[in-house]
Design a protein around this ligand. Structure first.
Ligand code: NAD
Length: 488
């Protein structure tokens, strides 16, 4: 069955190109999918434009759109096992993690389904009997939704659910490396009764299938999750037609541990913060900032436990984390580690590829700890997006905050301390979109997600996540028009 979905029809790429998708855990062939080019993307935009301008979806009452989202949530829950398996094959991620991701996808559709039904416009009391004034929400229009490979369906859900809730139409361009769950989702949208042309799917490489969305005059909004450089390029491309641009970019996230932190939980979560999904998490706690007095004991324990982490493929139940997404990505991580060592970091564990049965065919890299780092090193400043923890020391609260904020990024981070007042002070000062206190990684769909500084522009999830996909219009009605006489 062909894999591009345009104007309610599944079809192949116009030039009949295809791409092999291989599992990063062992290189096995997962599938062959159609590969769109610029002409396919142009047709998808035209379909989304028609559906927006003349189709029923933007004019469907919000509560009915919410109902459709709830139906989609039910279908996703029905297909949970198949979706989790597909996600694991594309990403190499452990099956149990993919299953959690699918649960989060279901929650996301439910959340926006309910939110849109409850978030109505408002009437303004102007105090004047001759005037009605009200604020209404309208969809933005045609949205380009461009997503990455690390949480493929989840990042897609964070965009598709609010866009549909708001009444938009869209062209979805998932990562070329991990397309299968996006294909499945689009099938479910059709099954749930979404009208043709509202959801359009193009698969393919960024420069060919994605870039034409950035400056297309018929695209009203670009919502992008991915790397900083691609985000910059899309923002520049969108400037020509002044599109709405929502960017969710990278992070180089500080995990700050004070000497009075609960030791066991802080060590445990320092490992989870950075080694979950082999560090391929935008909010990964890849920078450990540890108070001088605790440094040796804390880092020794982190290193001891990092050295024991078991690597393996998605269906290896003993594995604790999996491979990197591609050979090219692993080479990038290796280059960051080499540069860190050249700049003076001390290798405490990892720093190489693992050996062992079943690991040679995949893109594995050992959990790595680099000690004695400073905030000027490229491995500290830039996102390696791999299982690489850098360790910096600080002596007091002031220095901890200064070091944590000494980065162009501002996505997320954590502070660990037994002192509640200090936790509140530090959390209040950090220039980050999410701060965890004595925890790492949890999120809820009710709370906004997004970055300060160059981690992005815009918010996903929460009421602001829906607001990204809506226009707000003020309608003023004069019920007793009469001449004012200003220009008599
Ligand atoms: P990427 O920027 O390489 O690609 C992301 C998407 O953009 C893919 O679909 C890709 O095909 C497309 N793309 C690439 N070039 C393009 C172009 N010129 N025009 C249009 N589209 C283009 O990022 P990636 O490697 O897939 O993902 C990893 C990055 O995503 C990391 O930096 C990570 O921090 C970030 N990320 C951020 C969040 C967040 O919530 N802030 C969440 C997940 C991932």
């Amino acid at each position: 069955m062909p894999d591009l979905f345009i104007d309610g029809t599944w079809r192949s790429a116009l030039d009949e190109r295809t791409r092999e998708i291989r599992c990063p855990a062992d290189g096995s062939l997962v599938g062959v999918v159609d590969e769109a080019g610029g002409k396919d993307t142009a047709e998808a935009v035209a379909a989304a434009r028609r559906a927006f301008d003349t189709g029923p979806w933007p004019r469907t009452p919000a509560a009915e759109r919410g109902d459709l989202l709830l139906r989609v949530a039910g279908l996703l829950a029905r297909d949970r096992a198949a979706l989790a398996r597909a996600e694991s094959l594309d990403t190499g991620k452990r099956l149990v993690e993919s299953a959690y991701d699918i649960d989060d996808v279901v929650d996301c559709f439910r959340y926006f389904g309910r939110l849109v039904a409850s978030e109505t416009g408002r009437v303004i009391d102007t105090g004047r009997p001759d005037v009605d004034s009200r604020v209404v929400y309208e969809p933005v229009g045609v949205c380009a939704l461009i997503t990455p490979w690390n949480y493929p369906l989840l990042q897609t859900a964070w965009k598709v659910a609010p866009a549909l809730a708001a009444g938009d139409t869209f062209v979805l361009k998932p990562s070329e490396l991990t397309p299968h769950t996006a294909i499945h989702l689009v099938r479910l949208l059709a099954e749930a009764g979404l009208p043709p042309g509202v959801a359009n799917l193009v698969l393919g490489a960024g420069p060919e299938a994605g870039a034409p969305l950035g400056d297309h005059p018929d695209v009203d909004l670009v919502s992008f999750t991915g790397g900083l450089e691609t985000g910059r390029r899309l923002m520049a491309a969108a400037a020509g037609t002044v599109k709405r641009v929502a960017l969710e970019l990278g992070g180089k996230n500080p995990n700050i541990v004070f000497a009075d932190a609960g030791f066991d939980a802080a060590v445990d979560m320092a490992l989870t913060a950075v080694f979950l999904h082999s560090g391929q998490v935008c909010s990964a706690g890849a920078r450990l900032l540890v108070e001088d007095a605790l440094h040796d004991r804390f880092v020794d324990e982190v290193v001891r436990r990092a050295g024991r982490i078991r690597l393996g493929g998605p269906f290896d139940e003993r594995a604790q984390t999996g491979p990197l997404i591609s050979a090219a990505h692993r080479a990038k991580v290796e280059a960051y580690v080499a540069r860190g060592l050249a700049e003076g970091a001390v290798l405490r564990c990892g720093g190489s590829r693992p050996a062992g049965p079943g690991l040679d065919e995949g893109f594995y890299y050992l959990p790595t700890v680099l000690d004695e780092c400073t905030s000027g090193m490229s491995v500290v400043r830039e996102e390696s997006f791999g299982p690489v923890l850098t360790v910096e020391r600080f002596t007091d609260e002031e220095e901890a905050v200064r070091l944590a904020d000494d980065t162009v990024y501002g996505l997320a981070g954590a502070v660990w301390t037994g002192d509640e007042a200090r936790a509140a002070r530090v959390a209040g000062r950090l220039r980050l979109g999410t701060v965890w206190i004595n925890d790492y990684h949890p999120y809820v769909p009710q709370a906004e997600w997004g970055g300060y500084k160059q981690s992005g522009s815009g918010r996903e999830l929460g009421p602001a996540g829906l607001a990204e996909y809506r226009e707000t219009k003020h309608i003023w009605r004069n019920t007793a028009p009469a001449p004012q006489g200003w220009f008599d």
